[in-house]
Design a protein around this ligand. Structure first.
Ligand code: PEP
Ligand code: MG
Length: 763
């Protein structure tokens, strides 16, 4: 019994693992039915899927029935045994299927020989996708373990099918072949695909010998020198073209290898002592270093060394993507490509970039994103199949479409121009204030994590509504000192010197961990030791942060301090005591008065709603962390896709809660802002404004879009909609109020998710 269970579990895992690696929908479902039939030791396994309009079930894959029936057998929900399983959404286990009143004889399907039938509904996030069936020639009842096997399997494959099914439906509809990648960046590119395949790579370089040792060494040094010069140029070009601060230093891994004279010496020694040709010597030396880095568990170093050696080897055989003759922009498709080669590609001629492997994905993907090149990485595509064909690279959805029909190209062209138009609309209001058509002012603030170096950032925002201090802590190798923190905070306070800057105390725990401060917590970390709870239990960390903040604020006086994850009044009192203590100590140290920061409480844990009066007496302002508030309000993990439907700001409970909080805070006389994702979402921000919220804080990429929305709505009209929303009983009804209003105000393309793309992304 236990053996059978173990083997079932093993089969389950193997099936899921194997199926997950398939890239096309056909491969996925074909493999699925074959594997299940074998694992269940039965004679037939078939998968029927509901069509997109949910009108009938179609045989999608079978191992046992006539293959010719695939795509042809259609059953309505309720029709036949399969239709019955779909209708009731229950398991059906029959020893003698043909004698069941619902049995439907289908000619030419080859079902005649099967007696027993076990069917299970395939349900993903509450939505029926289809029916999975196993059948046996022998007339027998399937046992409880077989039932469990099928139920568990159908639950596990549901999300895989859901993902692939939507891609497939699109494929049929769009008449082009779609491939899903793991990472995407940038906007959309449509161009001819050019596959770049180096004839020799690090992996394929063979060991060869030469008597011309001097020449081999000379070749190696020349190549190295040339590469050094080009890398410097590429770095310069990068600094000119990239708009993100993060772009510097991608080449640092190669840079250090380029400057490493021991690498040169070792390669020379292999050439002179072993008689290797230059490419072989490089391979041998690099392999030695890779082995060492592997032993020391430095995967980043491994990929840097491999990339670097690959570049040198390909240079030595005279090949570089910049040699590719480019007269018109193309999409470069490669198996793998080191970041340095991406950097040296002629950017104005590369419309997009597709990479099959993920081995170099971290550097390559980040670099592509920084350069604004639409890119899809880690996509299972056949290089020979795509070469020379028209290809669409949709970086935002991490999707590649090969040979799209002209209607698809038209649709994407339209999308590109729509995004361009939107981009121009948003650009035009970037420096404007968010004032509604009826003259009401909404403050639009920035959620910041790292310091932003754009000079004009302060002119684009009404200040910082949330500075997540933990991000700087996360990028540090050790706990930062007070001095270090002062310099971080001072930089930001000075950059925004005439505007309020709201800094949140360290919010770690949950999914945010510091490498140097282990948080041993229960599995249920979202409900555990996080946010203010950690700071209160580690008062030294809190005190040093508060002292750094107060000191950083001395010259500018624009600091607000905000506390995350507050659930009890006592927590605020403790922090206030430490804040006052720190403030008084600093005043005493300096011997003169200094600006005193205001103190705010984040509303993230729902219980806070019931102690707002007491909290208001102790703080200066409130700010809603809607990400956590909604997560805790609905007990729905904000990172879990399976419950994303429940995590819903348009749910009547969320809407009424938000209204209650706004009214209650108004009654206390304390201001209230919203700094979670909802504030930066198009319809989400409209909902908030309709409930009376006037202070919204969001990520940089959303600021111009939200300003544009505010400038095109009438706040009084929107507040009327808010009053209606409070009377409705479903999320769908509430959401459609805002969608309809947006349409009325000419904002439909602005709120369309297809158009959600960072405003600074290149189209
Ligand atoms: C929030 O919870 O909405 C919030 C702003 O904080 P974080 O997303 O950093 O938890
Ligand atoms: Mg939060």
């Amino acid at each position: 019994m236990a053996d059978k269970q173990n083997s079932i579990l093993l089969s389950l895992r193997e099936i899921i693992e194997e199926v997950s690696t398939k890239s096309s929908f056909e491969d996925t479902v074909t493999t699925l039915v074959e594997k299940i039939r074998k694992a269940a030791n039965c004679d037939c396994c078939s998968l029927y899927l509901l069509n997109s309009r949910k009108t009938f079930l179609c045989l999608e894959a079978t191992d046992g029935l006539q293959k010719e029936s695939i795509g042809k057998v259609m059953l309505q929900v309720g029709e036949g045994l399969v239709g019955l399983v779909a209708k009731k959404q229950e398991l059906l286990n029959l020893a003698d299927a043909p004698s069941h009143p619902n049995f439907k004889y289908l000619p030419d399907v080859g079902e005649d020989e099967f007696m027993s039938f076990l069917g299970a509904p395939v349900i993903n996030q509450g939505e029926l996708l289809g029916v999975l069936v196993i059948q046996s020639k022998e007339s027998r009842q399937f046992d409880a373990q077989e039932e469990t096997f099928l139920i568990t399997l159908s639950a596990q494959i549901a999300s895989i099918i859901a993902q692939n099914k939507s891609v497939k439906e699109n494929t049929v509809e769009y008449n082009g072949k779609r491939y899903k990648g793991k990472t995407g960046s940038g906007s959309i590119a449509i161009a001819q695909a050019v596959v770049w395949k180096p004839p020799v790579t690090f992996e394929t370089a063979t060991i060869m010998y030469s008597d011309d040792k001097e020449i081999q060494s000379e070749l190696f040094h020349q190549t190295l020198f040339q590469l050094q010069t080009e890398m410097d140029l590429a770095n310069l070009r990068l600094q000119e073209t990239s708009h993100n601060t993060a772009s510097s230093g991608y080449m640092s891994g190669y840079g250090s290898l380029l400057d490493d004279t021991t690498f040169e010496d070792e390669v020379d020694s292999e050439i002179f002592n072993q008689g290797f040709v230059a490419t072989s010597a490089i391979k041998v030396v690099a392999q030695r270093r890779i082995d060492k880095a592997n032993d020391e568990n430095h995967p980043d170093k491994v990929s840097d060394i491999r990339d670097f050696a690959s570049i040198l080897i390909s240079r030595l055989v005279h090949l570089s993507p910049s040699d590719t003759d480019l007269t018109v922009p193309i999409v470069i498709v490669v198996k793998s490509m080191p970041a340095a080669l991406v950097a040296e590609m002629p950017h104005n001629k590369v419309a997009g970039f597709v990479c099959v492997d993920n081995a170099t994905s971290s550097h390559t993907a980040i670099l592509a994103r920084d350069l604004g090149i639409p890119a899809v990485i880690d996509v299972n595509i056949d290089l020979d199949e795509v070469d020379g064909k028209t290809i669409i690279v949709d970086g935002q959805n991490a999707e590649v479409i090969v040979e799209p029909s002209s209607s698809v190209v038209d649709e994407y062209m339209q999308l590109i121009s729509q995004r361009r138009e939107l981009h121009d609309l948003f650009e035009a209001v970037k420096f404007e204030k968010a004032i509604s058509q009826d003259g009401k002012r909404i403050t639009v603030q920035l959620n910041a994590g790292l310091s932003h170096e754009d000079d004009d950032l302060a002119q684009q925002t009404d200040g910082i509504g949330l500075y997540r201090t933990e991000i700087a802590f996360m990028l540090s190798n050790t706990l930062p000192t007070e001095e270090q923190q002062i310099s971080w905070y001072k930089g930001l306070l000075t950059q925004f010197k005439d505007l309020p800057v709201c800094m949140r105390t360290l919010d770690i725990g949950g999914d945010k961990l510091l490498p140097y401060l282990p948080i041993e917590d229960s599995q249920n970390s979202a409900l555990g030791w996080r946010g203010i709870r950690v700071c209160i239990d580690q008062p030294n960390i809190l005190k040093s942060q508060l002292r750094a903040m107060i000191k950083a604020n001395i010259d500018t006086g624009n600091l607000d301090i905000m506390l995350p994850m507050i659930s009890r009044l006592e927590e605020v009192l403790i922090v206030k005591r430490i804040l006052n203590e720190s403030y008084n100590e600093i005043v005493e140290e300096l011997g003169h008065e200094i600006p005193r920061p205001r103190l705010g409480v984040m509303i993230e844990v729902p219980c806070v709603a019931f102690i707002l009066d007491e909290l208001a007496a102790e703080c200066d302002f409130f700010s809603i962390g809607s990400n956590d508030l909604i997560q805790y309000l609905f007990a729905a993990d904000r990172t879990n896709q399976k419950v994303s439907k429940i995590f819903d700001p348009f749910n009547p409970a969320a809407v009424r809660c938000l209204k209650y909080l706004k009214d209650k805070c108004d009654a206390t006389g304390k201001s209230i802002a919203v700094c979670g994702e909802q504030a930066g979402s198009t319809t989400g921000s409209m909902l908030l404004m309709s409930l009376g919220y006037e202070n919204l804080s969001m990520n940089y990429s959303q600021i111009a879009r939200i300003k544009y929305i505010v400038r095109n709505i009438n706040l009084e009209e929107l507040q009327e909609i808010g009053r209606t929303a409070l009377t409705l009983n479903s999320s769908a009804k509430i959401k459609s109020l805002y969608v309809e209003y947006a349409k009325q105000k000419g904002l439909s393309t602005v709120i369309d998710p297809k158009n959600f793309i960072d405003v600074d992304d290149r189209s």
